[in-house]
Design a protein around this ligand. Sequence first.
Ligand SMILES: [Zn+2]
Length: 243
Amino acid sequence: MSSDHAATTGRSGPVRWLFTDRVGGVSQGAFDSLNLADHVGDDPSAVAVNRSLVAAQLGVEPGHLAVMSASHGNEVCVVEGLTGPRPGSDVLITTEVGLGVAALAADCLLVLLYDADSGIVGAVHSGWMGVRDDAVGAAVEAMRELGARRLSAIVGPGICGECYPVPQERVDEVAATVPEAASTTRDGRASLDLRRGIAAHLARLEVVSRDVGICTAQSPLHYSYRRDGVTGRQCGAITVVAS
Ligand SMILES: [Zn+2]
């Protein structure tokens, strides 16, 4: 896998999406420089600046980017307007034009979902628990209930199976629901291939998907918790612009 900087923004009809990396923000030190998480020890004012930079890149007003605080589950939050607290959800969905939704991660997978016809978009954070519990499936189900008919998915940066050794018990636990996620590292240790697990979920849901093919642990342009410990978070963000 490589770190293809150019493969991380796109559009489909009125839908705009992007995956960020470390480049272009104002955070310092371990968070250098486009950290978007406010729970990792970074300067909150730097995080706020970085979030407004990403909002501008996505094409939404400053402050119109709803950023999740992930909880490693499959709870779905439909974002309506900008008031009120943002629940600890791993799936943010919106039907509102001009409102962006963003998921954060540093090795866990970021998945963006959209139906360009109905203008329904979603952002999903999925680590191994999200793969086990099918967070992506929960998002797809909720979006279809809201009227989505032709969903597409883009799987963003995240750790690959070769870089993600885990205890065999964890492999067994995830493989019980998603056998496709069981993998091995380069040196033969038990591992999880989260993107293969997510691809399997998406295929079963009959959602067309593509993958930007970036392993965060191998890409110096990305935050990787496994590699760096104290570090920032990149995002996947998506919106529908006014036509
Ligand atoms: Zn890797």
